[in-house]
Design a protein around this ligand. Sequence first.
Ligand SMILES: Nc1ncnc2c1ncn2[C@@H]1O[C@H](COP(=O)(O)OP(=O)(O)OP(=O)(O)O)[C@@H](O)[C@H]1O
Ligand SMILES: [Mg+2]
Length: 262
Amino acid sequence: MVAVPVIQAAPQPAITLSNVQKQYGGERGVLALDRISTQIRDREFVSLIGPSGCGKSTLLRIISGLTSFEADEASVFGQAIAGPPAELGIVFQTANLLPWRTVAANLSLAVELRGHKTPDLPERTNAMLAKLGLEGFGARYPHELSGGMKQRVAIGQALMANPRVLLMDEPFGALDALTRDHLNVELLRIWQAERKTVVMVTHSISEAIFLSDRALVMSARPGRIIEDIRIDLPRPRDPRTTRQHPEFGRYVVQLSELMGIV
Ligand SMILES: Nc1ncnc2c1ncn2[C@@H]1O[C@H](COP(=O)(O)OP(=O)(O)OP(=O)(O)O)[C@@H](O)[C@H]1O
Ligand SMILES: [Mg+2]
């Protein structure tokens, strides 16, 4: 009998970008992104890091279908990007919470807007509050929360619709360093439980290393990917051990050199 070889199809990438270009303002305008090509695997955590104005937010907007672009290919789970894909959750630098809705009502908003029939919405909202470390805050209003708590609600809001891909544009950029370190640990815990595909823009080298499987380093405008660095630190990660890992410091030096900081 002849053994039939089992051909395993490569798993479908979460995001495929091939020669993505973005020019603002027509022919004689600003070239913001220059031939961006990469693939991001399902459940991968990827950080985008690069100088101000290099096109990081533009790239997230392209992936979220919010802006026009040119490309040989740009797809999310095999679907060409043309308008906001249903599989996406987005978190911006400052939480866009509705001030007249309670925390719980802000969390349930994304699900309500999608018109999903979800009789278990109150339970899911409570479970999310617990995941975010915000038990007991469901009936509060955004103005009663700290900046870090608001940002946690924004992440929860994006996760409530159970997206396969979470895009975050400097989600902790407006926070102080201590709150940021704390939320890094929270985000890591949430990601380890939910295993979404994440693309996160950050200006923090240590944040990128602590959280990511890969860091994509971009050049100054027009933004190109100049380095694609696999962060080979063991998982599950933990603030006590990961930052002490001998390789952690080596990644900090490597990224700092690429960013022209050292
Ligand atoms: N709507 C727009 N119209 C015209 N030019 C724009 C627009 N948005 C961004 N740009 C330009 O495109 C370039 C990339 O901007 P983008 O906001 O993507 O950078 P960024 O890497 O996110 O920067 P930062 O780190 O400061 O947030 C910049 O030169 C910017 O001036
Ligand atoms: Mg930006």
